[in-house]
Design a protein around this ligand. Structure first.
Ligand code: FES
Ligand code: FES
Length: 218
């Protein structure tokens, strides 16, 4: 039987037999070479993606820039933040501002209260990416430049507000937020404003007395 004849398209060259051009050895060599090329290509893509993540992914729809700037206590802070990260986590574990406490971590106790644009807010229920361009104030940002306590903190000390103290930063931040919005609250208004802050030591009257003292001082 005559061997099948193969003529490369457009080559115009002499015809050759398939059995001569495509031996089993050449075929296997070709497969190996193709696999190596694909592997190196995908590896190159992966490495490029890793080393140039900001440049290559910044413009891709659906990606979120992780290195962001937050305004915390009057300072611009650059920080690497995951898309799903809460402000409480960022403040405590990325920026070292551990005065913001975590109690329930689900918006029930108020231990994590901070101010966002002077409004008391639960940091455990706020995404860090959502406060870009806003003014964040924590308990660390209340004391004056020379280290004096904020008048509200002084009032809390005078009225023996803190017992174990765990809820105190949140209580103070809620009181500061209240007095910024309403410098002369009635006791009932203060009670309502502080109702989002639980105290397992039950020092509610002490805290309320503290808020009313701070209002008289300001
Ligand atoms: S820790 Fe945020 S409300 Fe309890
Ligand atoms: S002072 Fe202890 S929880 Fe409030």
């Amino acid at each position: 039987m005559k061997p099948e004849v193969f003529t490369p398209l457009g080559s115009g060259g002499p015809a050759m037999s398939v059995s001569a051009r495509v031996s089993r050895r050449n075929f296997i060599k070709g497969i190996i070479a193709t696999g190596a090329t694909v592997a190196s290509g995908s590896m190159l893509g992966t490495l490029t993606g890793c080393s140039g993540e900001t440049a290559s992914t910044a413009g891709i729809a659906g990606t979120v820039e992780r290195l962001i700037t937050l305004n915390v206590n009057g300072k611009a802070r650059r920080v690497d933040v995951l898309p799903q990260e809460t402000l409480a986590m960022t403040l405590r574990y990325k920026l070292g501002l551990t005065g913001t406490k975590l109690g329930c971590d689900r918006g029930e106790c108020g231990a994590c209260t901070i101010l966002i644009d002077d409004i008391p807010t639960y940091a455990c229920s706020t995404l860090s990416h959502g406060v870009r361009g806003r003014q964040v104030t924590t308990i660390e940002g209340l004391q004056t430049a020379n280290g004096d306590l904020h008048p509200v903190q002084q009032a809390f000390v005078a009225e023996l507000g803190p017992q174990c103290g765990y809820c105190t930063p949140g209580q103070v931040m809620s009181a500061v937020g209240l007095l910024k919005a309403n410098p002369s609250p009635t006791r009932e208004e203060a009670r309502r404003a502080m109702s989002g802050n639980l105290c397992r030591c039950g020092a509610y009257d002490n805290y309320l007395n503290s808020v009313m003292r701070a209002a008289r001082m300001s």
